[in-house]
Design a protein around this ligand. Structure first.
Ligand SMILES: [Zn+2]
Ligand SMILES: [Zn+2]
Ligand SMILES: [Zn+2]
Length: 340
């Protein structure tokens, strides 16, 4: 692929021009196995990943590619192989089980006759499956070494370097996730503002709002989980959802909202973004009673701004335990929102 890294703001604008997301095209000739095209113009996935690091884009999981552990080629041909000699030259055979004598053998050993098959051991007839015989699942035999077995192994041959991978080496196959990318709320805000903020990846917050970028918030959350595991410390998380009021057909500035929410928080609390109009509050060393009280206070605040935005806050810390990644956390919280 042509080396063609671009100005990141321009890449962001291109993604917006595509309707807010860019999906990969499978491409067996390319080194990555996929390319990203904006109406014929190639986008460099390193640019897209840079914009993920700065929270301007979000990944969408598409598929998983397996690569050769020896040469990293994605042209890996996976197939079933013999459990003993690893040859792919195996055939599936149907077994028959004759009830009367208990003989089990491949179907071809039972001679076909006009009204059934004849058992090679007891010379009785097999006429009705289920009554006088059964056909247990298929069985495999290897035409290279004559082994027979019930479950074949998986093996891979690399069309790049020709090396084979099987058995214990299978775990060395390199798996790489393939993503599409979609514009994040911060990305949309940057486009409205006309530029990425300078040194975006070094800034912890979205522009100059008291709102942590999503990946920064998730890193703090991860720290709290580690502290809890190690020191049995306590923390809580609130999910804050809002509905933006529509004033004169335009979406209102969320700055006033963010600043109002921040006024409820202490110095050690952290406010971060989950999604468009959805935020998370991390409350270190705060027990669930105090967290619930804060959620109630936020949800019932009489000030006009929180009412205009129909703000709702709830304690969600318990829901996050099974979700190891930011994507997983976002998915489990979206499921809660869909149910609620
Ligand atoms: Zn074999
Ligand atoms: Zn028999
Ligand atoms: Zn290879």
């Amino acid at each position: 692929m042509i080396e063609r890294r671009q100005d990141l703001f321009r890449v962001l604008a291109i993604v917006q021009g595509l309707g807010g997301n860019v999906l990969p095209d499978w491409d067996r000739v390319s080194d990555r196995g996929v390319t990203y095209n904006a109406r014929g113009e190639p986008l460099d996935d390193r640019d897209l990943e840079s914009l993920v690091q700065s929270d301007h884009l979000e990944r969408i999981f598409m598929d998983r590619i397996s690569r050769c552990p020896w040469c990293r080629s994605h042209a890996l041909n996976m197939r079933e192989v013999c459990v003993s000699c690893k040859s792919p030259r195996i055939v599936a055979v149907q077994l028959l089980h004759h009830f009367r004598c208990g003989y089990v053998a491949p179907e071809y050993e039972f001679t076909a006759e006009s009204d059934g098959r004849r058992c090679p051991k007891c010379h009785g007839m097999l006429r009705d499956r289920g009554t006088d015989h059964d056909a247990p699942g298929p069985h495999f035999t290897c035409q290279s070494c004559d082994s027979s077995f019930q479950v074949p192994e998986i093996g891979a041959v690399c069309l790049g370097c020709g090396r084979q991978t099987h058995s214990d080496d299978l775990q060395r196959i390199i798996y790489e996730d393939v993503y599409g990318y979609k514009l994040s709320p911060l990305g949309a805000a940057a486009l409205r503002a006309g530029s990425l903020q300078p040194k975006q990846t070094e800034q912890l917050t979205e522009f100059d709002l008291p709102l942590l970028r999503r990946s920064v918030f998730m890193a703090f959350l991860d720290d709290e989980r580690k502290r809890r595991r190690r020191f049995h410390s306590t923390f809580n998380v609130l999910l804050v959802t809002t509905e933006p009021p529509v004033i004169d057909g335009a979406a209102p500035d969320e700055r006033a909202l963010i600043e109002t929410i921040a006024e409820f928080l202490t110095e050690t609390d952290k406010l971060g973004r989950l999604d468009e109009c959805q935020y998370l509050v991390l409350l270190p060393s705060v027990d669930s009673k105090t967290a619930s009280a804060l959620a109630r206070k936020l949800s019932s605040d009489p000030s006009s701004i929180l009412r205009e935005w129909k703000l709702q806050a709830q304690v969600v810390v318990g829901l996050l335990d099974g979700a190891p990644t930011p994507e997983g956390i976002a998915a489990s919280l979206r499921a809660v929102l869909a149910d609620g």
